[in-house]
Ligand binder design. Structure first.
Ligand code: MG
Length: 250
């Protein structure tokens, strides 16, 4: 059995509309009638900034806020972006549901690993009928009261838990859209495919050297199938570039 551990936001869900609406809201809150004129970024400009990992306070400054207000903008943004009233603006990435159906039809074991909290994940599952892909034992997310640190530190912890709990699999792959997914996969000794359908561009992902960078979840499935076909045709003495999950499963 092959196991596919997928991140949620980026490979499956498109959060760009939510993030952009929160940006507009925070900018509006921080604007003053006597301050300098704001320059509201278009959604495309804003999302390009996010994908290039431009810090929030810098996005504030690009939008015309002074330094102090940019810091306040970043703080307000942080406390607003994951709130339920904005989560309704998320939607599945085009083609992602079909890709999950394809993986399911291939008989793969699907696991979701996300920095969402339980209530945030459940909300999306219910709203978009996505829970059908991930049995209860294959859902790794944060408790509602979890105190977050940084994704690149929190996600490997989630991975460590998964490795301790999941049943053994013949091979395991991970798909994600950020450096946190790459860090988590590395910590678990699992090959990682980065997708461009999320919140990082190719340059940012390449800097962290994932095993592959592809357009989306469906292309990641193609990549795994192709790699397995090659590995299956190799003689035993030739080591495959694929590192299956072995001793690391509980
Ligand atoms: Mg993500």
């Amino acid at each position: 059995m092959l196991r596919l551990i997928t991140d949620f936001d980026g490979p499956v869900m498109d959060v760009s509309e939510r993030y952009y609406r929160v940006y507009r809201y925070c900018l509006e809150r921080l604007s003053t009638p006597d301050g300098p004129p704001l320059r509201v970024l278009s959604k495309a400009e804003f999302w390009d900034c996010k994908r290039a990992q431009v810090p929030e306070r810098e996005i504030g400054q690009l939008s015309g806020l002074d330094e102090a207000r940019s810091l306040e903008f970043a703080r307000l943004r942080r406390e607003t972006v994951h709130t339920l009233p904005y989560l309704v603006h998320d939607g599945p990435v085009p083609g992602a549901v079909a890709a999950l159906e394809r993986a399911q039809a291939l008989g793969w074991d699907l696991v979701v690993m996300t920095m969402r909290r339980v209530r945030e994940l459940d909300d999306a599952f219910n709203r978009h009928d996505l829970g059908r892909f991930f049995p209860a034992a294959g859902r790794y997310c944060l408790a509602d009261d979890y105190v977050k640190t940084r994704d690149v530190e929190d996600k490997p912890k989630l991975m460590a838990r998964a490795i301790g709990e999941l049943s053994p699999a013949a091979a395991t792959w991970m798909v994600g859209d950020t450096e946190a997914d790459i860090a988590a996969a590395r910590a678990g000794g699992i090959p990682i495919i980065s997708v461009l359908s999320g919140i990082r561009n190719r340059d940012r992902l390449a800097a962290h050297q994932p095993d592959a960078i592809v357009d989306n979840l469906d292309a990641a499935i193609d990549f795994i199938l192709a790699r397995r076909a090659v590995a299956g045709g190799l003689p035993q003495t030739v080591s495959s570039p694929v590192q299956p999950l072995q001793s690391s499963v509980g």
